[in-house]
Design a binder for this molecule. Sequence first.
Ligand code: SF4
Length: 258
Amino acid sequence: MCGGIVASVTSIRLSPSRVSEFNNCPRLYKYRVIELLPEPPSIDAERGTLIHTILEDLFDLPAQERNHQSATAMAPSRWKDQIEAKPELANLVLNEKEWLDRVEALLKNYFLLEKPESFEATHREMHLEQDLTTEVYLHGYVDRIDVAPTGEVRIVDYKSGKSPKPGWEEKALFQLRVYALLYWRLHGVIPTLLVLHYLGDARTVKSSPKEAELISTEKKLLAIADEIIEAIEKDHFPPKPSRLCDWCFFKSICPAHN
Ligand code: SF4
């Protein structure tokens, strides 16, 4: 199901991706979330899905087998499963060898960042959800949550792209702070560490969330929820042109470009 489907004007579903979509461009949010307009698959998004599947399944292997070779060996079968579930992907990748080589390179970078043979993943692809208020339901899928025997919690997210430029890390961490807020609300424990692994350039962004940051994240979410509800009530979703327009499928119908 779509992450941010609106149930009614006064009751909305929020997820980190829908929040960032609305912030980036309210018009794009309208096309995707309100009007549910179809979009063709994106090669980058599908590559990200494949990498996530492999890294999820990697932890099913015995610890000593969690290595680059095993991960790479999973790629063809997981890609086949992905195509079976979404046959239109077959036309997206014209050179399968090049495609799998790129996936192999990203997986190689993953093993520069972590040693998965040295720990167990407590949760993978975990769905966290919570009503922030009677009007705002918040949810998200977390790539991995590791709970240490001593109780410390680490939230991990994989990105198949490159890390943000210096100064943009905070924006990137918003998504993980939302997960940390959800985890805290659900389990009464503030995660010790938030980790973003960027496989595109083998870099990691980390942060130790403080209670005040999570409270501030909650306030931001509620403020954005108010903005979205107002936008729906007034049917006012202005386009916000940016570099993203170059990749936006809706450019041909967007008033900013017509
Ligand atoms: S083309 Fe640009 S301004 Fe228009 S909807 Fe897409 S991202 Fe927004």
